[in-house]
Design a binder for this molecule. Sequence first.
Ligand SMILES: [Zn+2]
Ligand SMILES: [Zn+2]
Ligand SMILES: [Zn+2]
Ligand SMILES: [Zn+2]
Ligand SMILES: [Zn+2]
Length: 253
Amino acid sequence: MGLITKIKHSSHSEHFLLLKRPRQPYECDGCKVLGFGPCYECEHEDCNFYLHEECAKATPSTSHPFSKCSLRFHSRAPQKGERCCDACGQHVLGFVYQCKHKKNPHDYHPSCLKLQPTLTADDGTRLHLRKKLSSKCLNCESRKTSNGIKGWSYVSSCGGYRYHVACVKDRVLKKWMEVYFLQDGKVNETDNSLALQSAIPSRELELPSRKSSSKAKKTWIRKAKKAIMLIISALFGDPTTLIVVAFQQLLSD
Ligand SMILES: [Zn+2]
Ligand SMILES: [Zn+2]
Ligand SMILES: [Zn+2]
Ligand SMILES: [Zn+2]
Ligand SMILES: [Zn+2]
């Protein structure tokens, strides 16, 4: 990122925001979801004001191949009551794209609408974004997510590795809240890679019974972990040094 990008945004109009790669995970002041990829940060560090790139650049209306509805941007969901994102299942607490259906409108976080249709790992493993699962998610062993939302999923080309976006996001957020963030909302700066690693299922991974040799099992687990890391980086931003380090530790054994 050689070029410095500086913008003003209506949600924090008193200062300029700079496009930066943050040193630590942040909570986006637009959508209230955690991120750690490049983001717009207030030039005054004391403000601790962050916006996802997708939130800063939200347009008044948009569309997505998975939704027939046209979607309008709102800085707060206009409909009252609990709202969840139809892509990731997390609560909608701020910036949202919502369709104009009066009853049960569709809601999407701005960053979720920008999820890449295909993710490719360095070993050639490919994951494809799907609106629905045709087989169970390997994390929750269900086709629906835990809160009943038919959220989006990533599925490998071979079909063997399938994870709800909601499941991966939920795991990472819960672990980060536990380990990375202290109770009072202050950041614990020492334990972030630990939190990230503990968000990766290892023992809990469901192993297909036909994979009997220990070598086949190891390969399977390694690929499943890789699939999850790919989804994590798609969800929360480009892999930072932090992630790469955790990644290497995970894959070395
Ligand atoms: Zn955001
Ligand atoms: Zn500021
Ligand atoms: Zn979402
Ligand atoms: Zn709709
Ligand atoms: Zn799941």
